[in-house]
Structures are given as C-alpha cells and as structure tokens.
Design a protein around this ligand. Structure first.
Ligand code: KG4
Ligand code: ZN
Length: 348
C-alpha cells in the first residue's frame, strides 16, 4: 500500500509518500514560521492561503524524489483534524480532489495519531505497547498506546501546553516567535539554580500538567526586575538564568510525570512526540532517568517530531489497509478527541 499524505493543520505544509513494504519513500515540508513571526503567532487566514500556494509544488517535489507518478499511488491521506479549520480544508480538498480524479481511496487522519505513531517511521520501530508523551505547541498529554487505534489518555494539561509555555515565556524574555528553540539556546548560557521557579503539579497525585503558573511566575519576575516589564532592560546573563530555570522546571515536571505513567501502566517503553521533543535537555534527562530504571525511550527523528506529512502518510497507509472508505464527501474536525478513534486496526 503506497499512500500520499498531506499535513496542513497549522503552519507547516507537509507532503510525503509512505509505502507499507518500503517505509517512508519521500517527503517535503514548507514551514510558515518566518511568515507568522512578524505577527508573534500563527494567523489562521494567512496559514490557509499559504497552504494553497505550497501544496501542489510540494506534491510534485515529493513524487519526483520518490521517482513515482500519481498513477503509482494506492491511496491518499490528509489531516482531518484537530487544527485550524481553513488550513485543514486545504489538505482535505486537495487530497479528495486528487483521489476522486484518480479513482483511489481517500482517508482523513487524526493529527495526534500521526504524532503518536511517528516513531514507526524509524527502523527499528518500537514495539507496542508503549507510553507516549506528546508535547507540542497545542498539546501536553500522556497516552497509553497498545496498538494502532488503541489509545488511552492518561494525563492532560489543565491550561497551557508545554510548547505554548515555552513560546509565551520566550516572548516575555524578548525572544522571537516561535520561542521554544530560542529559549532553549538562551538556557544553555544560564546557571543552574540562580533563581527558583515553581514545578507546577509535580507532586499532584495524577498525570496532569499545568504550565500557565510558571509563565506567570516569569512575568512577575520580569516586571519586578525590569522597568515596565521590558525584557530589553534585563542583562543577558539574567535572562539566560531565567531561561535555564524555566526549562529545568518544565523538564522536571515532564520527566516526573512520564516516569509516573510508566510505573502506572507497567510498560517499559516511552516514546516522545511533538515539537518540544526536540528539546535537548528533555531528551538527555529522559534517556538518563528511564535508562536507569531499565526502560527505553524513543524519539522520532527531530524532523518528524514537529508537524510533517510523513506521519500522516504512515497512518493513512496503515488505516487504508484495513478500512473501507466510501464516497468523496469530506469534512474537517477542528476539535477531535483522539479517543474517538479507538477501534483496533491490525498492523501487518
Ligand atoms: O509539534 P509542533 O511542531 O507543532 C504543534 O504545536 O503541533 O510543536 C511546536 C512547538 C512550539 O511551541 C515550539 O516552541 C516547540 O514546539 N519547540 C521547542 C523546541 N523546538 C520546538 N520547545 C522547546 N525546546 C525546543 N528545542
Ligand atoms: Zn503537531
């Protein structure tokens, strides 16, 4: 089964071909980060318009790289949700039109299922079951993954997602959007323990997260130390100390909750997905602490931690092998709880 997949749920246009025999064949990505940076965040209307411009050239590039033509495809997949409605409609519309023209099946894929199964793009693949820590701009969640289509939410954020907290705190420190990578870079110049920030919900008796208080603590600190809360009034070294402590607080909480999820489920494997999974400090701490407990931690290739078409083509291929899809009507689901998917699908 050879499937062309489209990801257009937010600010990345991703296109890829996944083959159930050969694995990932080719992929191409365009990030809109530079376009949205001027506005300090994603502007949904601009995102949709840019997807429209990028999707066909990226498809041509992907097929050329794969050495394939449209006639070689067995099916088409697109991100059906969750995400920005207008942006989702671009991928859904193009995928459905293409499938209709080719007479091939078209399937809508859940974006988070893409992230959760993205470690299967690697060789060797982690075996099921595993615990998944999904940390992105929109999500901070822990799932138990027993197989394709068998997901149980173990913990969720009560307010900001981890990536969102990185981005908002970076903004408070005067760093450009998206602030996560910039804040991590600044943190590498900071000193451990120079200031103290809270570890929200570290000792709560559940697997939920809360990060908005951490951001507020940084806001209070910046307001106290810099005139009018203007971060440019803070010395670089002070900002680096704040960034280091902020990152340490988030990493402490993510590591503690991941370990608690492993203990609660009895599974040995943890996979980390989503953009914050690119954070080096998080990777090192998880590797050390889970390794010490005899467990194993898997990180998708950093290119597949953030949004991409490969994970959508992968899930589309796995699902099209066992799912009958009907006509070419389509909908998008800007809000779509992952657990609605729970129906076992066999993996070949
Ligand atoms: O998964 P993703 O590309 O997009 C979605 O939100 O779906 O994740 C993007 C998020 C942003 O909030 C970004 O700041 C954060 O991941 N991020 C990082 C790092 N790289 C990306 N956060 C901390 N450290 C990083 N190295
Ligand atoms: Zn994502």
């Amino acid at each position: 089964m050879r499937v062309l997949g489209f990801e257009t749920s937010c600010d990345e246009t991703g296109v890829a071909v996944y083959d159930t025999e050969r694995g990932l064949v080719a992929h191409a990505l365009h990030s809109q980060v530079a376009m949205h940076a001027a506005y300090g965040g994603v502007v949904p209307e601009l995102a949709s318009r840019d997807h429209v411009q990028r999707v066909v050239p990226l498809t041509e590039r992907t097929l050329a790289e794969a050495g394939l033509t449209l006639a070689d495809l067995d099916g088409i997949a697109y991100t059906q949700g969750p995400g920005l409605a207008g942006a989702l409609l671009v991928g859904a519309g193009v995928a459905t039109a293409l499938g209709y023209a080719l007479g091939k099946p078209v399937i809508g894929v859940h974006h988070l299922e893409g992230h959760l199964l993205s470690p299967l793009l690697d060789d060797p693949k982690p075996a099921f079951p595993f615990v998944a820590l999904l940390v992105s701009g929109g999500h901070s969640q822990l799932f138990e993954v027993e197989g394709v289509g068998r997901y149980r939410l173990l913990g969720d954020t009560q307010d900001d997602a981890a990536g969102e907290a990185f981005d908002k705190t970076a903004k408070l420190l005067g760093l450009a959007y998206p602030g996560g990578p910039a804040l991590a870079k600044l943190a590498s110049n900071g000193r451990d323990g120079a200031i103290k920030l809270p570890r929200p919900m570290l000792t709560s008796n559940n697997l939920d997260f809360s990060f908005s208080g951490l951001k507020t603590a940084v806001l209070t600190l910046v307001r106290r130390e810099a005139q009018g809360g203007d971060p440019s009034a803070l010395p670089e070294a002070r900002k680096a100390d704040i960034a280091r402590e902020f990152q340490a607080a988030i990493v402490d909480v993510l590591v503690a909750k991941s370990i608690a999820a492993i203990d609660a489920t009895g599974h040995r494997r943890l996979i980390v997905a989503g953009g914050v999974g690119a954070n080096v400090e998080l990777r090192e701490r998880l590797r050390a602490e889970i390794g010490r407990r005899g467990g194993a931690v898997f990180f998708p290739d950093p290119a597949f931690c953030t949004d991409n078409g490969a994970m959508i083509a992968l899930v589309g291929a796995l699902r099209l092998e066992t799912t009958h899809v009907g006509d070419y009507r389509f909908t998008v689901k800007p809000r779509w709880p992952l657990e609605e998917l729970n129906a076992p699908v066999s993996l070949r």
